[in-house]
Design a binder for this molecule. Sequence first.
Ligand SMILES: Nc1nc2c(ncn2[C@@H]2O[C@H](COP(=O)(O)OP(=O)(O)OP(=O)(O)O)[C@@H](O)[C@H]2O)c(=O)[nH]1
Length: 503
Amino acid sequence: MEEKSLQSLKQHSELLAQFIIRLSKFYEGFSPDIDTELQKLRGHLSGRPDFTLAAVSVKKLNKTLRLADLTVRKYTADTLSQLEEAVKKLQHLLISEPALTKESAQILISLNQPVQSLFVLQSLCNKVLQLFQYASNVDSEDTYAARNVSTSTLALQKAILDELSQLIDTYTSKNPEDVQLQALRAKLKKGMTEDELLQSCIAIVRMVVQDSLSEASLSGKVIQSLHNALGDIQENVSQSIERSQSNFAARQSSHQEIKAKLDSIEDQLRQAESLEKLKKQAQAYLSSMASTLSEREEAEQKEQAELMTLLSAMQGQLIKLQKQTQHYRKKLAEQIVSTQTDALTKLGNRKAYDERVEKECQLAIDKKTPLALAVVDIDYFKSINDKFGHAAGDKTLQIVGKHLKSSLQTKDFIARWGGEEFVLLFPETDTKELKVKLEKIRVSLSKLPLKFRQEKISLTASFGGTCYRVGETPSAMFERADRLLYRAKHSGRNCVMIDQETI
Ligand SMILES: Nc1nc2c(ncn2[C@@H]2O[C@H](COP(=O)(O)OP(=O)(O)OP(=O)(O)O)[C@@H](O)[C@H]2O)c(=O)[nH]1
């Protein structure tokens, strides 16, 4: 071989050796077997390269790398499926976060694409990590949604919070100045930990018990005063009976007196010796009878006056009693209305719904007519609170409540179920008619001209509707409608989902 080409071969070999050393350093750390062999290979190639030993190392590395390739592929596939599973679980917790739900859907699409290199896998891992980070922030904003709690626990907590919020509203409308209630309200708006939620529940239960005790004492007072008034009347009546008994006795004795005098006149007439004597005696008897009669008349007048006084006293007591019972009846009626009214929207509350639905189901059975129920939930309501404040959220609830009520017929019924959810009852309505009615309401609601801080808001709601099935409980019917509402939410919101089965 010529000197020149020998020189060039040597240069190429050295270049190749350098390249292999750098490449092997790059892959160092992949696996202990490969690391050892790469170290050996670097030894064979540095200084004065020994290509024969290097070739042996390369052969061994070839075999190990082939196996490693399979391991990497399996590792990549496993990692991808673990990531996919984790993102899917996370999606359940992010239902209320549209932006994060969208983000997680995109990550799921990427996870299902072929992965060309470990760098792609790493970038996917980073994205998933980021999503978890966002989700944990959402978590800490919603303090009551404690970490690692299941969706059903969250739903339960939400239901408790809604119920608590309604109770607080009811009591606030009765006692607007109550400091404890104001503090509870503020806490509720801010969000609560599980412990705070429990403490608030206890505070409210205490309030309810106190309230019912004071109600009981009020009822006690009214009953006591009714009892006293009845006692007075009873005494007056027995006094009057006693008096009329003694008057009767007096009258009888005065009658006997008159009768005795008449008998005596009769005797005198029979035994009369002279007319003059008879005349005198008759005059004496007649004047005595006249005085007896006038005494009697006087006594009777007195008796009559006493009776009149007694009767008018009794009448006064009866009027007082009537007024008291009327006041009590009015108070009771007010209490019934206030315990069944939602303080914010002035619509019926859950208690009112519970009573009404029982009645409507019974009517549907008796009259063999269909009864439809719909659950309505405002879409992305949280974003109104977040963007414009809780007061704007409250106003929205009032407007929506009013609009829904005005869309109903007098035979229909509406209640605020809690939060941003309303429940509607449509007697004598089947699923087909229900669909038409709800679609009409949905469209009109989406056209409501809402404006906050000069910004026009487009508001929509999702609907779940079903009809009563004979034999089922009202809550089974409600749960079916609620599941349909859930489906409406997951189908993109602003739509009506109806159960096709009818009565
Ligand atoms: N202003 C106000 N907000 C309330 C009231 N009751 C419940 N909320 C809020 O309503 C929001 C309901 O939010 P989500 O259940 O996440 O539902 P959403 O934002 O409407 O979203 P989707 O129902 O999924 O379309 C929560 O932020 C509650 O704090 C209330 O009486 N007044």
